[in-house]
Design a protein around this ligand. Structure first.
Ligand code: FAD
Length: 554
């Protein structure tokens, strides 16, 4: 019999036990493609938080949307969602939960635009903070020799672009898609075709304001609280909630020459890419992608581009080969119009693409940077945006990239990739040291991104199960062959895997966790550290009673 005096605690523990059993059971089904838990284990949360006063508000209802993300595979229901209107709202709730100590498993997840893939911005039974409702400070621009803008961390990059253009300025380093928040991308790195020159977005920040896992509000930069500054950048949300960021700006160009050209030989393609990222005078953006198209028909990759040689280009077919498309862009202003084409011809003259496959387009700077949004709108129209996205992003050292492409595009992904596959090198020597992001230990490494979409009900080659198996094969190959890769936007389920990911940096990473978020309250969806609930004597007595009940029912 459960002791009547401990009934409530026992019930709570039983719920925790049953819920975690359900979740763990699902984790154990390794073939299960999606993981859902809608029950909340924290029955006491409501009473503990309901009396708090916020400038914004805390909601216990209509919160299901925060148990979803772009990946579409993980669904963990929080107990409440905070819509903050001030930094002190965020600090108060974190401090409150911190002060509850180890009597609760409550955690807090900052949610940017929810464009993670594996539940990273979710908090099972905890509190999700909707960062987009934090609108302080209003964007404030500082022009001068080193221009910058102070923004709220919940701001979308697309809004920063539009506002900074009014001052003739723009951030230097981007992601391919701009409908993501500042806090969301600074927590991972933020890599795109400008990273070879400027480093990722985390290298282009002067200062941050952060709420740590104890609820303290701290300003940090290279000069002030620099350990926290470095920890936060690329820190997967583990050390604090970014509330404000000072982003470096540069004069913005008006126009962009956007160029694509094909290669049928990876060795030639990668040699040209590496040449371009190491040249002093080069393009402003350098990426590339793989075209796996066994039918020989080539379509999407050149939509809205014009060919330099239309007759020959139309005759070009893939003949069943895997092709590699170089994608580069040169920024310019109207006053450069008389020499920009000549400059581009000079840069292209060093390259060895298939001559008939050069395609050009001229677009505004905004249209170039916001290009993925155009695809988003088209996919939304067809109902193909809100489907599962099992994405896999890898950083591959230059010394392994040939072995990697041979196996992956020769044996594993033979007839379809179910979405774009990006492949481009970056120059680590132009990246800053000391952030939390881990990369391969070579000066040049490639980002290879498998951006797959799955058809929800399909059990075929376009279904989730099949795509996940392909990704597993790719990862197994990398592990077996010791390619020295790192995952970007990493996702692991065991401590051992996380330790292997961070390598020698693990000690620093976990020490910083114990300093800045000692109870492991923040970003539980990354599944690196787990908040432990300390059971007191009453809890233990009740747990023993629960065990006896369960034993009796076995
Ligand atoms: P969320 O998904 O909401 O959060 C991500 C993580 O950061 C969570 O752990 C969350 O708790 C934490 N977090 C959020 N806000 C804060 C904060 N203020 N303080 C502390 N922690 C916080 N990435 C690239 O690098 N380059 C690309 O080109 C690129 N393209 C993409 C295109 C698309 C269509 C999508 C969906 C994603 C792309 N990404 C790219 C990945 C993207 O950068 C990450 O998934 C990013 O974390 C998403 O930002 P978000 O605002 O949606 O963050």
């Amino acid at each position: 019999m459960i002791n009547f005096k401990h009934n409530t605690i026992a019930l709570r523990i039983l719920t925790v036990f049953l819920v975690s059993f359900t979740v763990n059971k699902k984790h154990l089904c390794s073939n299960h493609p999606s993981i859902t838990s809608t029950n909340s284990p924290h029955l006491s949360l409501h009473s503990s938080l309901v009396e708090m006063v916020f400038d914004g508000h805390l909601s216990f209802e209509n919160i299901e949307h925060t148990a979803k993300d772009f990946g579409g595979r993980y669904r963990f229901m929080p107990s409440a969602v905070l819509y903050p209107k001030s930094v002190s709202d965020i600090s108060s709730i974190v401090k409150h939960i911190f002060q509850m100590g180890e009597t609760t498993e409550l955690t807090v997840a900052a949610r940017g635009h929810g464009h993670s893939f594996e539940g990273q911005a979710q908090a099972h039974g905890g509190v999700v903070i909707n960062m987009e409702s934090l609108r302080v400070p209003e964007m404030s621009f500082h022009t001068g020799k080193l221009p910058y803008v102070d923004v709220s961390a919940g701001e979308l990059w697309i809004n920063i672009l539009h506002e900074s253009l009014k001052h003739g300025l723009a951030p230097k380093s981007w992601t391919d898609y701009l409908h993501l928040t500042v806090g969301g991308t600074l927590s991972v790195a933020g890599i795109s075709g400008q990273a070879f020159q400027h480093g990722p977005q985390i290298d282009n920040v002067y200062q941050l304001q952060v709420v740590t896992g104890t609820g303290e509000v701290v300003t940090c930069s290279e000069e002030q609280n620099s350990d926290l500054f470095h920890a936060i950048l690329g820190g997967l949300g583990q050390f604090g909630i970014i509330t404000q960021a000072r982003i470096a700006l540069e004069p913005a160009p008006k126009k962009v020459k956007w160029i694509r050209a094909l290669y049928s030989d990876f060795a030639v393609f990668s040699k040209d890419q590496e040449h371009l990222i190491s040249s002093e005078n080069s393009f402003n953006y350098i990426e590339g992608f793989v075209i796996i198209n066994r039918t020989g028909l080539l379509n999407n990759w050149r939509t809205s581009f014009s060919s330099k040689d239309p007759v020959q280009a139309n005759q070009f077919t893939s003949e069943g080969r895997v092709l590699f498309c170089l994608e580069v862009a040169k920024y310019f202003n109207l006053e450069d119009s008389d020499h920009i084409d000549k400059d581009i011809d000079t840069l292209l003259s060093d390259l060895n693409y298939v001559q008939s496959t050069l395609f050009l387009s001229e677009v505004s700077y905004v249209d170039f940077l916001d290009r993925v949004h155009v695809s988003e709108l088209k996919l939304r129209e067809k109902g193909l945006w809100e489907v599962p996205h099992p994405w896999l992003n890898l950083l591959i050292p230059r010394s392994s990239i040939h072995q990697f492409t041979q196996e992956v595009f020769g044996n594993i992904l033979t007839d379809t990739s179910n979405g774009p596959v990006l492949i481009y090198p970056v120059n680590k020597s132009r990246w800053k040291n000391g952030t939390s992001m881990v990369t391969p230990e070579e000066d040049v490494f490639y980002l290879v991104a498998f951006l797959s979409s799955a058809l929800p009900s399909s059990t075929g080659k376009d279904g989730l199960e099949y795509i996940l198996t392909q990704h597993k094969r790719i990862l197994n190959f990398c592990g077996r062959s010791n390619l020295g890769i790192k995952q970007y936007l990493p996702h692991y389920s065991t401590r051992e895997e996380w330790k292997a990911h961070f390598g020698t940096f693990w000690e620093v990473f976990s020490q910083r966790k114990s300093i800045y978020d000692p109870l492991a309250i923040l970003a539980p969806g990354q599944r690196i550290f787990h908040k432990q609930r300390h059971l007191d004597d009453d809890d233990l007595k009740s747990l023993r009673s629960v065990n006896r009940v369960l034993e009796a029912h076995r």
